[in-house]
Design a protein around this ligand. Structure first.
Ligand code: FAD
Ligand code: NAD
Length: 479
């Protein structure tokens, strides 16, 4: 291994490994430093996303959905299942196999592209240097013309509910329950709380979600958030808003949680408790005092629109910098930075980053919410189409929710699209592409959509913006 590279990436999550591969594709000599070791002491590439985030959670969401369908939803199709039972270890083993396959896949991609993986913890020193510390404590220095920091994030811990990795767990522990808890408490009705709460709810747990805020999913369009809460509550998630957890005491086989809300103090006893109150940037022992890289008050590395830090030739991408903590956001930043280092023109459109909550049905969004448009004083038009009026949604027995399209009142340019409903992620992605091309709602209205598809709901919502929807009565029909 040479000790001098064009680019050294620190962190091999979706921001780091994508940056490393793209930089190598562009002819640069690249190393990627990763400290993650599994329980056997073997190096793991892929970061949070592949090891304990997006992929394992989606594997469990899918398995638990299948179980729930088999146990209680197939009757409507005339399919009688005598009794469906769940083998939790088998469900976890399937998840682990997918994770192994994908993390191993990054090793293969590094090899194919000529990226050198370096096992150990990286620290940014002044003067284009990265200090490497191995698990055994050996220290060496790598020279780097450019450094890309992609060290991601870790779960936030709160003093009233300290993680014990047994009864009180974070999202990583919640992917590893060896049996279905009879009563599961979740602190935080955010993305993780709803996804992992759904997993175990579908498997048969009684799930209580305690959320400090009074508003459900405040980052989502308020109409979609309201509808989502109704649907998820209908599935049995007991979501309690305005609930401030004051303590969680683990003892024996149970954890006792105390919280206050508008009605006073309460106590609940759970078999397991998931703490899902957000994630924070991972910066421990990352920067030498004279590295020149600065952080904001919350520990995010300070960068400009091109992910350049305040130190020359040092960049930061992914969860470690401002913006939504999403795998695809970090990956695109990684590509942008790699291309700019290679001298290409590259920039990122932060206005069209989709976000998805993989509950069933999914909740997905791109662009501005209605409340944001109101707050910013932007004149807009909206079109809503309910899945209850979609032939395909009825045919697949999945007709809850709606598509909502928002467009500029004057130019008709699409400003946002918000969906709760079947395959919401894929439906919103169509609008992401349209927005990238500066489309109007009329453009989507003039596009031919295959019948019968769920995508027709996007078409109809676009038509509804100007009162032309065909399969629902229009609020403001226009000629
Ligand atoms: P990470 O994936 O966190 O990777 C950072 C890497 O850097 C890690 O491997 C870490 O070991 C390494 N590292 C840190 N410090 C050092 C150091 N000093 N030296 C060497 N290596 C270091 N996002 C989505 O878009 N879709 C989803 O469906 C989704 N689901 C999620 C589900 C869960 C349960 C969780 C927890 C997260 C989920 N996310 C999802 C968020 C997503 O995982 C993150 O946004 C994404 O992984 C961030 O990528 P990253 O590369 O910035 O950081
Ligand atoms: P989050 O920010 O989505 O939700 C945390 C929730 O916890 C918030 O609603 C917050 O008000 C609440 N909360 C905070 N402190 C609390 C307290 N003391 N008591 C009760 N409630 C409290 O964070 P998360 O769900 O932990 O997820 C972390 C990050 O991971 C998110 O930023 C998300 O982008 C990412 N993620 C994405 C996906 C996805 O894209 N599908 C899935 C999982 C995670």
């Amino acid at each position: 291994m040479s000790d001098s590279y064009d680019v050294v990436v620190i962190g091999s999550g979706p921001a780091g490994y994508v940056a490393a591969i793209r930089a190598a594709q562009l002819g640069l000599k690249v190393a990627c430093v990763e400290k993650w070791l599994d329980s056997a002491g073997k190096s793991r590439l892929g970061g949070t996303c592949l090891n304990v985030g997006c992929i394992p959670s989606k594997a469990l969401l899918h398995s638990s959905h299948k179980f729930h369908e088999a146990a209680s939803e197939l009757g409507v199709h005339g399919i009688e299942v005598a009794s469906a039972s769940l083998n939790v270890p088998a469900m976890l083993a399937r998840k682990d196999k997918i994770v192994d396959q994908l993390t191993g896949g990054i090793t293969g991609l590094f090899k194919a592209n000529g990226v050198t993986p370096v096992i150990g913890s990286g620290k940014v020193l002044a003067g284009h240097k990265v200090e490497l510390t191995t698990a055994e404590g050996d220290v060496s220095v790598i020279e780097a013309a450019n450094i890309i920091i992609a060290t991601g994030s870790v779960p936030v811990e709160i003093p009233p509910a300290p993680i014990d990795n047994n009864l009180i767990v974070d999202s990583t522990g919640a992917l590893e329950f060896q049996s279905v808890p009879a009563r599961l408490g979740v602190i935080g009705a955010g993305v993780i709380g709803l996804e992992l709460g759904s997993v175990w709810n579908r498997c048969g747990a009684e799930v209580v979600v305690l959320e400090a805020l009074d508003e459900f999913l405040p980052m989502m369009d308020v109409q979609i958030a309201r509808e989502s809460k109704k649907i998820l509550s209908g599935q049995g998630l007991d979501i309690r808003m305005g609930a401030r957890v004051t303590g969680a005491v683990a003892g024996g086989d149970a954890v006792t949680v105390t919280y206050t809300d508008g009605d006073g103090e309460h106590e609940e006893v759970f078999d397991k408790l998931i703490v899902a109150v957000g994630r924070r940037p991972q910066t421990e022992n990352l920067l030498a005092g004279d590295s020149g890289v600065t952080m904001d008050e919350r520990g995010f590395i300070f960068v400009n629109d091109f992910c350049e830090t305040e130190a020359p030739c040092i960049y930061a991408v992914g969860d470690i910098v401002r913006g939504p903590m999403l795998a695809h956001k970090g990956s695109e930043e990684g590509v942008m930075v790699a291309e700019r280092i290679a001298g290409k023109h590259a920039e990122m459109n932060y206005e069209t980053i989709p976000s998805v909550i993989y509950t069933h049905p999914e909740i997905a969004a791109v662009g501005k919410t209605e409340q944001e448009l109101k707050a910013e004083g932007i004149e807009y038009k909206s079109g809503v189409f309910p899945f209850a009026a979609s032939g395909r949604a009825l045919a697949i027995n999945d007709s809850q929710g709606m598509v909502k399209m928002l467009a500029d009142a004057e130019s008709d340019r699409i400003l946002g699209c918000h969906v709760v409903g079947p395959n919401a992620a894929d439906l919103v992605q169509q609008v992401v592409i349209a927005m990238e091309f500066g489309a109007s709602s009329e453009d989507i209205g003039l596009t031919v959509f295959a019948h019968p598809t769920l995508s027709e709901a996007v078409h109809e919502a676009a038509l509804a913006v100007d009162g032309h929807a065909i399969h629902i009565p229009n609020r403001r029909p226009r000629k």
